[in-house]
Design a protein around this ligand. Structure first.
Ligand code: ATP
Ligand code: FE2
Length: 347
């Protein structure tokens, strides 16, 4: 049996089909790229509505599956942009009704964690989740994924995109900046903003734009921004590793495609005698396969939703969703835990 997963939280519409061995049988994605400026939620949602039917067709044909082979239809319930989430959820509900297959809502951030975890083969790694909207260091404890540290302002990818657009580039900025940074040589000091296990990027944005105004070359600027921001992420990941006495780190999210970030985190983890794993790039960025895989885990733990109970949750937080497939820990819930909430109803 396979699970079909639909991702539509932000700029990317994607349909993935995975089997119970976490093999990706099909992955069909299409990214909305505005001609200029950032993402407009309504325009991105219109894009998803247009492309999703064809992406479903392509994925089903590529995987060679019939509706009777499909165990469940999973979709990203949140967090994300409301109109975009609703586009994906609508297609998932329709497929679920047409194929008479269970509907499984999935948390997008947990999906980034789970695909990286299964591909890494590491049982209980710490995750550095660095994407457009999110920047979090995550570890599992007592029934849920806990956010140990995170951005205090914007996600690192949004920060890179915003800076790149202000420097005259187009969305997405991260990959283009990576190429530009390869030609950089001069490291300019920028605000290094680590607060315990949290980070902040708005100071770097202001300072980088000021340097640009003073004529600093774009490659040097890109290089200085990457080195500073990725050093901050490496530091908070190391702190989590040290506190938890962990030995494994996995990367997830679009910014985890970046070679410099991968290299810096790998050096830190290996210097501590641990193991670092980063998924292939098409599974780091937003993709339907991670939703399908997490949907499979969730469904096999009894998580299903009726159409009525499948409303999207644009602000759904990583540390508030139940992850029953991981509940092997004997540790009791702590009174310091936030109140339990189960957006995935257990059948
Ligand atoms: P989330 O909802 O998880 O925040 P997202 O909508 O940001 O996801 P992702 O596909 O996970 O989507 O990440 C997209 C981000 O990754 C963009 O900000 C993009 O600039 C950044 N990115 C992609 N490739 C690279 C790269 N090679 N280097 C740096 N940043 C990158
Ligand atoms: Fe994402």
């Amino acid at each position: 049996m396979v699970v079909l997963g639909i991702e539509s939280t932000a700029h990317t519409a994607s349909v993935g089909i995975v089997d119970e061995g976490a093999r990706v049988l099909a992955l069909a994605s299409d990214m909305h790229r505005p001609a200029q400026g950032g993402i407009h939620p309504r325009e991105a949602a219109n894009h998803h509505v247009e492309v999703l039917p064809e992406l479903v067709r392509r994925a089903v044909a590529e995987a060679g599956v019939r509706p009777s082979d499909v165990e469940a239809v999973a979709f990203a319930q949140g967090p994300g942009l409301g109109p975009c989430l609703r586009a994906g959820a609508t297609v998932a509900r329709m497929l679920s009704l047409a194929w008479k297959r269970p509907l499984v809502p999935v948390n997008h951030c947990v999906a980034h964690v789970e695909i990286a975890r299964v591909l890494s083969g590491l049982e209980d790694p710490i995750l550095l989740y660095a994407s457009g909207g999110n920047t979090q260091v995550i570890a599992y404890a007592r029934g849920r994924y806990r956010v140990l540290g995170e951005t205090l302002d914007v996600g690192i990818g949004n920060f890179l995109d915003k800076l790149w657009i202000a420097l005259g580039g187009t969305f997405p900025g991260g990959p283009a900046m990576e190429q530009e940074a390869r030609h950089g040589a001069d490291l300019h000091p920028l605000p290094y903003s680590v607060h315990g296990m949290d980070v902040a990027f708005s100071g770097i944005l202001t300072a980088a734009l000021a340097l640009h105004g003073r004529g600093v070359r774009r490659p040097d600027l890109a290089y200085s921004v990457e080195v500073t921001a990725y050093a901050m992420l490496t530091e908070i990941t190391e702190r989590a590793l040290a506190h938890l006495r962990g030995s494994g780190v996995v990367l997830g999210g679009g910014v985890a495609c970046n070679e410099r970030l991968r290299g810096m985190v790998r050096s830190m983890v290996e210097a501590r005698g641990g193991t670092m794993f980063a998924p292939p790039r098409n599974l780091c960025v937003d993709n339907g396969a991670m939703i399908a895989w997490t949907g499979l885990l969730a469904h096999r733990s009894g998580c299903v939703a009726s159409v009525e109970d499948s409303a999207v949750e644009p602000r759904q937080r990583t540390d508030l969703v139940a992850t029953p497939w991981r509940e092997t820990s004997a540790m009791p819930a702590s009174s310091a835990d936030p109140p339990e909430r189960t957006p995935l109803p257990v059948a």
